[in-house]
Ligand binder design. Structure first.
Ligand code: 13P
Length: 282
């Protein structure tokens, strides 16, 4: 299938009460492994790359790779720029053919975040490419991005922010963090419900690696329609490779050990699709 945009995937999920899994990919193997899981469970998905991933191989490389895999896939796939950290990077992703853009101005003050997000929305509008933005600060560390001073999303600010920017989806800060959690995360579920009551665009949960399945599902019941998973996929891929190399430390053919890494990613993504309830929704 040709690429779809995240907007169509998320509006359907929002209407039908499930969430679309958004999976961070780093290389061709992870792209193939994620799409295999989606096809096996007949689930739509968003594949996404952060700025540090983009630095690793280039937007054109991920676009070509995901587009080639998506074209042959039996399920709808969107390609999303995750945590776009500048107007320029967002425009590069748009020009290359990403079908969903996040501009992350959450480190800026409120007015600056509105201005930057609106600028990206206005630039994406002629191509009908949806924009996600973040209000409040998701804590933790996501490759090059770190935030030691998380701040929760205020529902009233969220109303003004979505109205003035014209974004298609909103990433909310309700207590999740990127990366590995030290203890069990405490999520502010009431805040999520309060935001849902006053904001009518799809809501996005970042930092879902390590969040218990029941908590992710509760977030979906309260209005989340996109759930981002990154760290657990990286761990699964690396664990598969380590497992293979432990048994065959002299292995030198990447096809041998990457295959095991891919199998681990496919198995994990299938579990996450079931948690999100997006199986059978393609
Ligand atoms: P995790 O690395 O915690 O899964 O977070 C993923 C994420 O939110 C990507 O934007």
């Amino acid at each position: 299938m040709p690429f779809v945009t995240s907007k169509e995937l998320l509006l359907k999920a929002d209407r039908e009460g499930y969430a679309v899994g958004a999976f961070n990919v780093e290389n061709m193997e992870m792209v193939m492994a994620v799409i295999k899981a989606c096809e096996e469970l007949h689930a739509p998905a968003i594949l996404q790359t952060t700025p540090s991933t983009v630095k690793y191989a280039g937007l054109h490389m991920y676009h070509a790779n995901v587009a080639a895999a998506a074209k042959r896939a039996s399920v709808p796939i969107a390609l999303h720029l995750d945590h776009g950290d500048s107007f320029d990077l967002a425009m590069q992703a748009l020009r290359v053919g990403y079908t969903s853009i996040m501009i992350d101005g959450s480190k800026l003050d409120f007015e600056e975040n509105i201005a930057l997000s609106k600028r990206v929305v206005d630039a994406c509008k002629p191509s009908d490419i949806p924009v996600e933005a973040e209000l409040g600060k998701v804590g933790g560390k996501e490759d090059d991005l770190s935030c030691d001073d998380p701040g929760y999303t205020d529902p009233d600010d969220a109303v003004r922010f979505t109205k003035e920017t014209g974004i298609s989806s909103l990433a909310v800060a309700i207590g999740t963090a990127h990366g590995i959690y030290k203890g069990e995360p405490k999520l502010d579920m009431d805040r999520l419900s309060d935001i849902r009551k006053v904001v009518d665009i799809p809501l996005v949960l970042h930092g879902a690696s390590g969040v218990p399945d029941a908590a992710v599902q509760e977030c979906i019941r309260r209005g989340i329609s996109k759930v981002n998973f990154a760290t657990e996929l990286r761990i699964a891929f690396s664990d598969g490779i380590k497992e293979y190399l432990k048994g065959d430390p002299d292995a030198f053919d990447p096809k041998k050990y990457c295959k095991v890494g891919m199998a681990h990613v496919t198995e994990l993504v299938k579990k996450k699709i079931l948690v999100c309830g997006s199986d059978g929704k393609a």
